[in-house]
Ligand binder design. Structure first.
Ligand code: ADP
Length: 316
């Protein structure tokens, strides 16, 4: 199923939380929605799931319109809200049976489905516990279970790994990758590594506006303000002499006769470097254009770091 978001805007009082946001996500795609706190991620997700009406714009899931066919759309969307609201006094199985009932799944069908999902998300050992007794990681699995219980075609996950420890993060990411194969998935995060690990595409949002919408690979090779070339020589060469090369604006010397040459040019300057090396009787062992990691691209685009809270411990 495709999710098509067309020019959605949402105003809170005088403030625009999202402004003319448009994108389309296709079946089988896992898209990472990334931006600093307050960028408009949750607002966009609430609008897509029909929990919040947009001030203007439209959302369509295949040929269904979120304003007109809200109930039909809710049946094909699984949603994990940011704060994962659960009923702490309920038991895991009891809660999931209750959620199944909300989707008209009852009796044996409901029990079978709950058992299946408990197994799939790795909650078997916890299924008879009260939700309030569960660790944060297991509570998040309950949240993901309730989003998956009706086998939705579209999954909207708001910060699914926020607050989890590194092991739990890996487990939840694997789970999302596995279920994402047959579904349309949009997840929000502020952890770039998450996007690199599981997303096919990255949408960067900042200040309510989309700043980039590209495959993770393309985003990494974006050359917004120059690039770095790594040169390995057989012999050493003084850093200041590299600066004679007009395109080079900075030099860092690494052990093993390796030089990181910075340039503000966006064209490929490797041929210039190669010719310069030959003119100076240098033997070039390797010459690589260094791609930025997504974290650097994110910083460049939003002017901020992705490190916003304790959940970012695995940032590069
Ligand atoms: P994110 O999920 O990227 O952190 P949000 O969508 O939660 O961003 O918020 C976008 C902007 O809208 C923020 O400036 C936030 O303060 C504002 N906002 C969100 N919800 C409300 C609300 N219920 N009332 C007023 N302002 C809100």
């Amino acid at each position: 199923m495709s999710v098509s978001v067309r020019k959605i805007s949402r105003k809170y009082g005088e403030q625009w939380a999202v402004k003319e946001v448009s994108f389309t996500v296709h079946s089988g795609e896992i898209v990472g929605f990334i931006g600093p706190n307050g960028a408009g991620k949750s607002t966009t997700m609430k609008i897509i799931t029909g929990f919040l009406p947009p001030t203007s714009g439209e959302v369509r899931i295949n040929d269904l319109d979120i304003r007109e066919q809200t109930m039909q759309i809710k049946r094909i969307i699984g949603y994990l809200p940011e704060h994962n609201p659960l009923y702490p006094e309920m038991y895991v199985k009891e809660y999931l049976l209750y959620v199944a009932g909300l989707y008209n799944i009852r009796g044996t069908r409901a029990r079978n489905r709950v058992d299946e999902i408990i197994e799939q998300v790795g909650l078997t050992g916890e299924r008879h516990k009260k939700i309030e007794k569960l660790s944060k990681g297991y509570r998040q699995r309950v949240g993901i279970s309730q989003a998956l219980i009706h086998d939705p075609d579209v999954l909207i996950l708001d910060e699914p790994t926020s607050g989890l420890d590194p092991n739990q993060i890996v487990e939840i990411r694997n789970l999302i990758s596995a279920v994402g194969k047959e579904k349309t998935v949009i997840l929000s995060t502020h952890i770039m590594q998450e996007v690199e690990a599981i997303c096919d595409r990255v949408i960067i949002i900042d200040n309510g506006e989309i700043k980039a919408d590209e495959t993770a690979g393309n985003l990494g090779s974006r050359q917004q303000s120059g690039q770095t070339i790594e040169v390995e020589l057989q012999e050493s060469f003084p850093a200041e002499k590299w600066k004679k090369l007009a395109a080079v604006t900075g030099v860092r010397t690494l052990p093993g006769n390796i030089y990181l040459l910075a340039t503000t040019e966006t064209r490929d300057i490797r041929p210039d470097i190669f010719r310069f090396a030959v003119q100076n009787n240098l033997t070039v062992l390797s010459l690589n254009q260094k791609h930025k990691n997504l974290e650097e691209v994110f910083r460049e685009i939003t002017g901020k770091t992705g490190k916003q809270d304790a959940g970012s411990q695995d940032l590069k």
